[in-house]
Design a protein around this ligand. Structure first.
Ligand code: PEP
Ligand code: MG
Length: 558
């Protein structure tokens, strides 16, 4: 049987399902007798004892996480708050536990402090564990997990994640979570293939997890097993073979140097990007810093992350994209209302210009971080040159403000734009005169050129960056950038696709930004191409392309 979820951590994993049961406990209010406090105390003791034992068998960060749960569970104020409710309301312990933990979690959530907000998630995790124990359940014992398991859970909580022994697990599957969830982050940092959005898997089922396309095969046939084993082996061989390109210059045979950058979204990605041999960061999707929380990150919080990126990459560029929300990226507390056509609505630069307090806070944080490395500012979704001019004026005003306050920053910080609307692409010549650099966002550019919602399955077959209309615009934008002598990059998915590499470089694109895993492969292609030949072939045929097949023929011939 084949199930389709969303791949959030790449690779292929095979093994037997190890299902971590989640016990749903009724915490509604009920009348209760005098034994409730004793029942609560016993359960707390069991929980602390269980966590202590687990922590003793673990090391480092994993042991620390469980230790912090023990500490929280031993807090006398928390416990007396729970007991007070039981006593004054003569109610069941479950209700009291749920009420107090939720109150604490809310305080953490409201604090605005990143660490405290993470604790809000921990509170829910600890609460569920305590409620389970109060109802006679045991906490999952991952130490009994056999080798070559696929861990399956409704949600990957911190207490489960802390107990994962990566040498026993070949993959992760959860029902809840998304590409930016805890689960995805943990899976990627452990290098485990992972898929979210899959339920209904039985303990012991034989599984194949394909973290690249979100596919899960349950109880595969011999033929399927053989096919995926071969795919896995091939993937391993390919990754191994590409290692020889680590540390080598990304230059064509005729000497054109191309910058290969990484796309990042989370603080944890900064170090991973460097480890992937990225020569800088070409797209820092800062909206992730605004997600999974209930207030906007403060200037200090943002500054700390941008500074870390700047310091990690030293003299190499870090291109920070200002907040790109709206469209399919909703953030409740930012006050974005449902719109008829969100992708055509109040998103990205449009939102930021209207909400200057949010925009100025972010720009100040970026400017301050620019004192620590080579930061560039990139504006998303620009469609009208006035948006660029308005933002540059705002940046100039903020520079004055920061100078007055005694802050250091890079006075010559580059301000560039994403080319992802047809308007900006068509007028690239005019934009290039007022912009320090371009980066083509092929994901949105394709969506807007083709008039296809990039998330709508019904029209998905029309969404292709191989459409000649997209190729022609890329060519045009790169040429206009060249004419004005400003660098032009590509940071949409096309930048990571090996089939696209020669075309982009041949058009005159000088920087490609992609997921870290693609860097060595793209470098291997650049090092085997001759720019002059490729450029000539493109110029000879770009205007003749009529359909996707024509584009693919050209890309394959390059
Ligand atoms: C793009 O549109 O190509 C892009 C890189 O931005 P995002 O995918 O974040 O919209
Ligand atoms: Mg975009």
């Amino acid at each position: 049987m084949r199930l389709q979820g969303v791949g959030v951590s790449s690779g292929i994993g095979m093994g037997a399902a190890y299902v971590v049961e989640e016990h749903v406990v009724d915490a509604s209010k009920k009348d209760a007798g005098p034994g409730e406090i004793a029942r609560l105390s016993r359960s707390v003791e069991i929980l602390i004892d269980t966590l202590d034992r687990k922590a003793a068998s673990l090391e480092g960060e994993q042991a620390e996480i469980l230790g912090s749960h023990v500490l929280l569970m031993s807090d006398p104020v928390l416990l007396s708050d729970i007991e007070d409710i039981i006593t004054t309301e003569s109610c069941n312990g479950e209700y009291a536990v749920d009420t107090v933990f939720e109150q604490y979690a809310e305080v953490f959530r409201q604090s605005g402090d990143e660490l405290m907000m993470m604790r809000a998630g921990d509170m829910r995790d600890i609460k569920n564990n305590l409620l389970a124990i109060m109802n006679g359940y045991e906490l999952p014992d991952l130490s009994a997990m056999p080798k070559d398991s696929i861990l399956v859970a409704n949600e990957l909580t911190t207490s489960i994640a802390a107990c994962i022994n990566a040498t026993l697990v070949n993959g992760l599957i959860t029902n809840l979570g998304g590409p930016t969830s805890h689960m995805a982050i943990i899976a990627r940092s452990m290098g485990l293939p992972a898929v979210v959005g899959i339920g209904a898997i039985e303990h012991g089922d034989r599984l194949i997890v394909n973290g690249d396309n979100g596919e899960v095969i349950v109880n595969p046939t011999e033929a399927e097993l053989a096919k995926y084993s071969e795919m896995k082996e091939e993937r391993r061989r390919k990754i191994e073979a590409l290692e020889k390109f680590r540390g080598l210059p990304s230059a064509t045979l005729d000497g054109k140097r191309i910058e290969l950058f990484a796309n990042i979204g989370l603080e944890a990605d900064i170090v991973k990007a460097r480890d992937a041999d990225a020569e800088g960061v070409g797209l820092f999707r800062t909206e992730f810093l605004f997600m999974n929380r209930s207030t906007t990150p403060t200037e200090e919080e943002q500054f700390a992350v941008y500074k870390k990126a700047a310091l990690t990459f030293g003299s190499h560029p870090v291109i920070i994209r200002t907040l790109d929300i709206g469209g399919d990226k909703e953030i409740e507390y930012l006050g974005l209302e449902k719109e008829e056509n969100p992708f055509l609505g109040w998103r990205a630069i449009r939102y930021c210009i209207d909400r200057e307090e949010v925009f100025a806070t972010q720009l100040r944080a970026i400017l301050r971080a620019s004192a620590f490395g080579k930061i560039k500012i990139m504006l998303p979704m620009i469609a009208d040159i006035r948006e660029l001019r308005h933002t540059k004026t705002l940046i100039d005003r903020l520079k004055e403000e920061l100078t007055g306050q005694g802050y250091a920053f890079d006075r010559d910080i580059a301000v560039g734009i994403m080319i992802e609307t047809p308007a900006a692409a068509v007028l690239a010549g005019a934009f290039a005169k007022e912009s320090d650099f371009f980066s083509i966002g092929t994901n949105d550019l394709t969506q807007y050129v083709m008039a296809v919602d990039r998330g709508n399955q019904k029209v998905a077959k029309l969404y292709s960056e191989y459409n000649p209309a997209v190729l022609r615009l890329i060519y045009h934008v790169a040429k206009e950038a060249e004419r004005q002598n400003i660098p032009c990059g590509v940071c949409g998915e096309a930048g990571a696709k090996p089939l696209f590499t020669k075309f982009l470089v041949g058009c005159g694109v000088s920087e490609l930004s992609m997921t870290g895993a693609s860097i060595l492969e793209v470098r291997s292609i650049i090092r085997q191409m001759t720019l002059a030949d490729t450029a000539a072939k493109i110029t000879a045929s770009i205007e003749q392309l009529a359909d996707i097949e024509d584009s693919l023929t050209l890309l394959r011939e390059l």
